[in-house]
Design a protein. Structure first.
Ligand SMILES: C[C@@H](C(=O)O)C(=O)SCCNC(=O)CCNC(=O)[C@H](O)C(C)(C)COP(=O)(O)OP(=O)(O)OC[C@H]1O[C@@H](n2cnc3c(N)ncnc32)[C@H](O)[C@@H]1OP(=O)(O)O
Length: 296
């Protein structure tokens, strides 16, 4: 019993410190300073809704007048949403979405123009890398629903989820090179992991419009919304089917996959063990054994 308690407390320590570590090793004070700085650039909001029945949360990018561009204030909102989701212990999934013809037109150019110097650019980079990595590392399975176009920082945002769903007319374009910059929100690093080195290099240099067909070819999209399907209902049903297991199982699987990406194998195996032990003989496991399931 003591051994199991030790394992559970090990798991808690590793996962708590890991989430911040893998997001960027910066202190709470630094994060708070960055948050305060970016709150000074107003416009739009990022709205969080949690559905306790389906255990799926929805992060909504809301800045329609500027084609859902991300203002400094929205970056701070996104940070707050991710923090709230880290505390949502009964959740299983999260969907990042917006409405209108543009999923997200990137950084809000009103904000961007006011911080157009290397020092502030680095601050934005640090804050956005931190937020997007924390989003990706949540113990929730995440999907970016790209309905319409995702440009620049908007394209980078789509890589901060486990999966991407696209509508038939959606396009993802990494236009950073055309803007005289490279990716800075962590999207370059994540894109290489998703589509591989050559496809990433091509997407970043060509600034091409990647439609659903091309995205499927390079492994950038996981679910294409059907012609007559409501995008949000469609992706929610797709995710619910994937998350049909007990939340303890879903969250453990997500944690194991997350740590395997960052930690050396021996440490990752230790986390896997600490995730497994409490599940073995647990509520979901006992219920499954009682059903005498045949996996035909
Ligand atoms: C962080 C950084 C990075 O690269 O790392 C970035 O993301 S830089 C940002 C990279 N993104 C961009 O450069 C986007 C530039 N915008 C566009 O290409 C276009 O606006 C589209 C996004 C394709 C939308 O074209 P569409 O014909 O639908 O609308 P529109 O051009 O009339 O735009 C409607 C209104 O939204 C505003 N608007 C559009 N995108 C904006 C943005 N990113 N920031 C601030 N305002 C923006 C327009 O100025 C316009 O405002 P008014 O009606 O008041 O004139």
């Amino acid at each position: 019993m003591l051994q199991i308690r030790k394992l559970v407390s090990y798991k808690y320590c590793v996962m708590t410190s890991f989430r911040t570590y893998a997001a960027n090793p910066i202190s709470e004070k630094q994060i708070d300073d960055l948050r305060q700085f970016f709150l000074g650039f107003p416009g739009g909001s990022v709205d969080l809704k949690k559905d306790e029945k389906s255990k799926i949360a929805y992060i909504f990018l809301n800045n329609p007048e500027r084609r859902n561009a991300l203002s400094g204030k929205m970056m701070a909102d996104l940070h707050d949403s991710v923090c709230e989701l880290e505390r949502w212990t009964s959740g299983k999934g999260v969907i990042l979405h917006s409405s209108g013809p543009i999923f997200c037109s990137g950084g809000d150019l009103t904000t961007v123009k006011q911080i157009s110097n290397p020092q502030d650019g680095d601050k934005m980079c640090e804050f956005m890398q931190h937020i997007t990595q924390r989003l990706l590392n949540l113990p929730l399975v995440s999907v970016a629903l790209i309905s319409g176009r995702a440009l620049g920082g908007g394209a980078e945002l789509t890589t901060s989820c486990d999966f991407r769903a696209m509508t038939q007319n959606a396009e993802i374009s990494f236009v950073q090179a055309k803007m005289g910059v490279a990716t800075g929100w962590g999207g370059g690093t994540r894109l290489v992991k998703i589509v591989g080195r050559r496809n990433a290099l091509k997407a970043l240099l060509s600034c091409e419009k990647i439609d659903a067909k091309r995205a499927a070819e390079i492994g950038l999209v996981d679910y294409v919304i059907e012609e007559n399907e409501d995008p949000l209902n469609g992706v929610s049903s797709w995710l619910e089917r994937l998350l049909s297991h007990d939340e303890t199982v879903v969250r453990s699987i997500k944690n194991v996959v997350t740590v395997a990406e960052y930690l050396p194998p021996l440490e990752s195996l230790q986390v896997e063990r600490s995730e497994f032990a409490p599940l073995w003989g647990g509520k979901a496991n006992k219920a499954a054994l009682q059903q005498n399931i045949k996996h035909k």
